[in-house]
Design a protein. Structure first.
Length: 233
């Protein structure tokens, strides 16, 4: 009888594993619409996607990260997800670092950052005090310089599984003239990196369109699945 029961249980289909979730965070002066192509690609791959908007020009990095990530992680769509990953563009990556530096141990998944100013941007060094810059970019934008006391450089090394995608193509030659080395028009390749990251890859794409680039989307999916931008085997 026990043998028959065991054989019957073995013949039953295994319960489907719940899907992982992914929270998307757009960059400075952008909206969730900028991440729409990335969102649809992740959803098609089977992820539960939360494309989270936030008022990037209205507050400091700490205030934005607390309000945005704190509520995003409570989204009911993610309630049954075994892991929750993050994919960010530009400023969104700094919000992730800021939040999890203050809430260690709350990140269950992997992170992919696209064009993050992890060591700041020389553009902010040069233009950050201009009135027009402050009006357009708000408090958070002015905190993204390269000085040792800038917001990104005051954050600790990351302690989560992070992949960084940097762009080396620029269509903004004015900004690029302020940046040392290859850049995407906003951030140098070198300054996208951060201590503790697992991998960094460079693609020939510009900062505003990294999240819509087909190769970038492919790399993002690969890292979320395997923890590497390389071959999934």
């Amino acid at each position: 009888m026990k043998l028959l029961l065991a054989l019957l249980l073995m013949s039953l289909p295994s319960p489907a594993r719940a899907a992982d979730g992914v929270i998307l965070l757009h960059g400075l002066c952008r909206t969730p619409a900028s991440m729409r192509k990335m969102a649809s690609s992740l959803a098609a791959a089977g992820y539960v996607v939360v494309n989270r908007g936030y008022p990037s020009r209205t507050a400091t990095i700490e205030a934005l990260s607390e309000a945005t990530l704190g509520t995003a992680l409570q989204d009911p769509r993610l309630a049954g997800c075994p892991r929750v990953h993050f994919v960010s563009h530009s400023l969104g990556g700094i919000l992730i670092r800021d939040y999890f530096a203050r809430h260690p141990g709350k990140l269950s998944g992997r992170v992919v950052m696209l064009g993050p100013p992890n060591q700041g941007s020389e553009v902010v060094d040069r233009l950050g005090e201009w009135r027009l810059f402050k009006k357009l970019n708000g408090p958070a934008g002015g905190m993204l310089g390269t000085r040792d006391d800038s917001a990104p450089n005051l954050l600790p090394a990351v302690d989560f599984e992070l992949g960084v995608v940097a762009g080396d193509r620029s269509i903004n030659w004015i900004n690029s003239a302020m940046i040392a080395g290859p850049d995407d028009g906003k951030v140098s390749v070198k300054r996208t990196g951060v201590e503790g990251m697992k991998e960094q890859v460079v693609v020939h794409a510009t900062h505003p369109y990294l999240m819509k680039n087909r190769k970038v989307i492919e790399l993002t999916l690969r890292f979320l699945r395997s923890g590497s931008f390389g071959s999934e085997g």
